[in-house]
Design a protein around this ligand. Structure first.
Ligand code: NIG
Ligand code: FE
Length: 412
């Protein structure tokens, strides 16, 4: 497949970088005007200026005319909860009337509400609903995604969710990573017995998940009213015995200590970070852990936005993800995430692009295969309608911008 007449290729990053940090997010992310790009065997095999394209290059296969659109890497959404049953629009009015996320959860809404519905929903129906969301995300330019369990909250239902994720991996061309989030909330049968729930998670759920090879990563909602730093440490230690690395929810509702406990256990990423301060930034600087922020949750819940600008200034490889879930971010639109990053977090459009592509890929362990335009990387990219600049994409944040989306070299 040969893509011709590209007004500019964006997101060109030297192949040796599996992430970009700090100033490099702007400085090492290049562009090339008036370009072509050649795909072979699902990989980017060559790209360059149109003027260097030879007549013979056209003979090699199918030609796609970008017709003056831009080409940018597909979004890599490293934090989602898209396997859930139904929705939580029933809580929307409570929210409008002023109830907080925590208050809704305390009244039996929230995550436990989703767990009840998931319990009553068959695996096939869950798969069908989740695949609709996958299709919606792909249509909006996402080519790789992480999906968490965490609406089961008992062994059978957590396994049901993870099996759905395994089926999604087979069914979609997008890259998918699975994360076990049994510690999303304390399951109903363990109400008021958090310690016993954590014991059960470690002795029963985790071995079952590991035995079926259903999770690449483990997550804990380490936050006020959910799981403590001690619970988190125990779970991460147990997961490490199965070789399962953490990606954790930290500092959404309070400065929970979640960042530090994640780093201590070698977390691939720590996510949310709405309440991050200097100590967390300093700890992240000493680590390989990727700080991932989720501005869609800040938008929907009216929370502070994570300090992405300060984190970039501190030299960190900031990633951005959608957090697509029924309670705090009912949207998987990564272009909207880019827009919020620019408008609310003061990232530049280029930094926001790197944060939603290469750094998101890195937060799924895929930074050397996906997330940028480089020879040898998987050919997953968006061809846009003609747009005046990269900035136009987050600026005109509801104007349709995608003309075509390719995953692994195939148009989807
Ligand atoms: O990332 N914070 C915890 N988990 C999700 C919300 C889950 C839900 O409310 O269903 C989040 O925001
Ligand atoms: Fe989340």
């Amino acid at each position: 497949m040969l893509i011709v007449n590209i007004a500019s290729i964006q997101g060109i990053i030297p192949g040796e970088y599996d992430r970009l940090a700090g100033k490099d997010m702007e400085a090492r992310c290049g562009e090339l005007a008036d370009a072509y790009l050649l795909v072979e065997n699902g990989l980017i095999s060559r790209f360059g200026p149109m003027s260097e394209l030879a007549e013979a290059d056209y003979a090699s296969g199918e030609v796609f005319d970008a017709a003056g659109g831009m080409l940018l890497p597909s979004f890599c959404d490293s934090h989602t909860h898209i396997v859930y049953a139904g929705s939580r629009d029933g809580e929307f009015l409570d929210k409008i009337n002023g109830l907080s996320y925590e208050e809704i959860a305390r009244r039996g809404g929230g995550i436990l509400n989703s767990a009840d519905r998931l319990h009553e929903t068959s695996e096939d129906e869950l798969f069908r609903q989740a695949m609709e969301r996958v299709g919606e995300m792909i249509a909006k330019g996402t080519g790789a995604m992480e999906i968490k369990s965490g609406y089961g909250l008992n062994t059978a239902d957590e396994l049901k969710m993870l099996r759905v994720i395994a089926r999604i991996k087979e069914a979609t061309p997008a890259a998918v990573k699975a994360t076990f989030l049994g510690a999303h909330a304390v399951g109903r049968e363990y109400a008021g017995r958090r310690g016993d729930y954590v014991d059960m998670l470690i002795s029963e759920m985790l071995p079952a998940v590991a035995a079926e090879g259903l999770a690449e990563y483990v997550d804990v909602f380490c936050d006020e009213g959910f799981f403590t730093v001690e619970d988190t440490g125990r779970i991460l230690e147990a997961a490490a015995r199965y070789g399962i690395r953490p990606k954790i929810h930290a500092n959404e509702l309070a400065n929970s200590g979640g960042v530090q406990v994640g780093i201590r256990h070698g977390a691939l990423s720590v996510d949310h970070l709405e309440r991050m301060e200097a100590a967390e930034i300093a700890a992240l600087r000493e680590s390989d852990t990727i700080p991932t922020m989720l501005p869609g949750a800040s938008f929907f819940l009216g929370m502070p936005y994570g300090p992405a600008r300060a984190a970039v200034e501190a030299g960190l490889p900031v990633a951005l993800a959608s957090d697509y879930n029924p309670g705090s971010s009912p949207s998987g639109d990564m272009r909207m995430v880019m827009a919020l990053a620019c408008i609310k977090m003061k990232l530049t459009p280029r930094e926001a692009l790197v944060a939603t592509t290469l750094n998101g890929a890195a937060a799924m362990g895929l930074g050397s295969e996906l997330g940028s335009i480089a020879v040898g990387k998987r050919a997953s990219f968006i061809v846009t309608r003609p747009v005046p600049s990269l900035a136009f994409i987050p600026y005109a944040y509801t104007t349709p911008f995608i003309a075509a989306h390719f995953i692994g070299g195939r148009q989807v």
